[in-house]
Design a protein around this ligand. Structure first.
Ligand code: SF4
Length: 405
């Protein structure tokens, strides 16, 4: 299996793809619809407007939008992000692919051969370095999962594709399919969508939160001990489609990190879509997702503990639209922090100081004492944000401006 190769070698060009003959006959409306169908699937830093010079069908199908993300080693890559099919038997009340959506558009489905060839065309043309493959359930999850796996198998075995593959595991997938998917992909994910069983019941009456989703995440976690999955397992939550608080979402994310050992949790803020059962519900502001990513980051990267991060939420469990690190610092930093004596853990709690700049401060001060704002700036500190929380040589923020230059 290819997952055993070193990360770098997996991004080499495939070289001879043996008999592959180009895709000028691909159907742009099908590719366009299935690419568009992934617009709420989060895996990424955003999208890019890179044009596929010389391939009109690609420009027409993709609308110049490919997905940027990073590999497990942090290397940025551009992915071809698509659904396998936009047909689905589930009844998720926020989704325009749901079988009960009144304005459901025409359904499309690739064949494994077709999708593998399109992916190779993009890869060989150097437009993308990998595939993000999600899907509706089609008529049943087993048949659709089988086809998605077959697509990746063709890529890996027939075309010797060494690009990155993020493969969605459909809710309710069999253990056998999960093993096969993990052997072929770099990263897998099951979309959690809701923060709890009761919210899932409201979002989608046809999915069983425990059996279809959590049990599948547990399989993946346990199988990860035996199968090499370099990108690990991730998930995604829809935020604000029901009345769950940000704190409920955050607590679910902690469970996913600590118990399910997920690599990342992604948040997608709810947008009502025409024809869906939730079309009358309020659109959530994009800053809600941004604030959730910030508390997630404080927990996951800064290693702040749960009780500390809880300070960022208001009495109703929601995050106000302000930097949670500042809110937490106001609660936990009783005294201003002296960059010449503070520990690494104290430094990273100061807004404007991240792990990198905290490390530079602790290294630099061994040689020479920090005495000026400009010296902190040179070490990567955002002094405009850090200043109210700092004290240098006995000077605090009210007079710091005068003293430091
Ligand atoms: S499972 Fe739900 S969210 Fe996914 S495509 Fe089907 S209806 Fe949409």
């Amino acid at each position: 299996m290819i997952a055993g190769l070193a990360e770098e070698s997996r991004f080499d060009f495939a070289g001879d793809v043996g008999g592959y003959g180009g895709q000028e006959d691909a159907d742009p409306s099908k590719v366009g619809a299935l690419v568009w169908g992934t617009r709420y699937d989060r895996c990424s830093l955003g999208s890019t407007n890179r044009r596929s010079e010389g391939s009109r069908w690609l420009d027409s199908a993709l609308g110049g939008s490919l997905c940027r993300t990073s590999t497990p080693t942090g290397k940025p890559v551009c992915l071809f992000k698509t659904l396998y099919t936009n047909a689905c038997f589930h009844e998720c009340r926020y989704c325009s692919n749901a079988s009960n959506c009144k304005s459901r558009s025409r359904t499309f489905t690739y064949s494994p051969q077709e999708l593998a060839k399109i992916t190779m065309d993009l890869y060989r043309g150097n437009y993308t370095r990998g595939l993000f493959l999600s899907s509706g359930m089609g008529k049943n999850e087993d048949a659709t999962m089988e086809d998605m796996i077959e697509t990746v198998r063709l890529l890996r075995e027939r075309y010797h594709f060494r690009g990155y593959v993020h493969l969605k595991i459909l809710p309710g997938s069999s253990k056998d399919h999960i093993i096969q998917a993990m052997e072929l992909a770099d990263r897998v994910s099951v979309n959690l969508e809701a923060a709890s069983r009761s919210h899932m019941d409201e979002l989608c009456p046809t999915k069983d939160y425990e059996r279809d989703i959590l049990a599948r995440q547990r399989y993946i976690r346990d199988l990860s001990q035996k199968v090499n999955l370099p990108g690990g397992q991730t998930t995604q939550l829809v935020v604000g489609a029901t009345v769950e608080s940000d704190n409920e979402v955050f607590k679910r994310a902690l469970y996913e990190y600590d118990v399910m050992r997920l690599r990342r949790v992604y948040y997608s803020v709810f947008r009502p879509l025409k024809g869906t059962a939730f079309e009358g519900r309020g659109r959530q502001p994009s800053w809600r997702g941004r604030r959730l990513y910030q508390v997630d980051w404080l927990y996951r990267v800064y290693n702040l503990d749960e009780a500390e991060v809880e300070n960022a939420f208001d009495e109703n469990g929601f995050l106000p639209n302000q930097d949670p690190k500042v809110t937490i610092a106001r609660e936990v930093l009783d005294l201003p922090v002296d960059p010449n004596t503070a520990s690494f853990e104290e430094l990273i709690r100061v807004p404007g100081i991240g792990p990198k700049s905290a490390r530079r401060i602790t290294t630099s001060r061994r040689k020479v004492k920090i005495g000026k704002k400009s010296e902190l700036r040179a070490l990567g500190v955002r002094t405009d944000r850090a200043e109210p929380f700092l004290m240098i040589n006995g000077w605090r923020s009210t007079t710091l401006d005068r003293w430091l230059s």
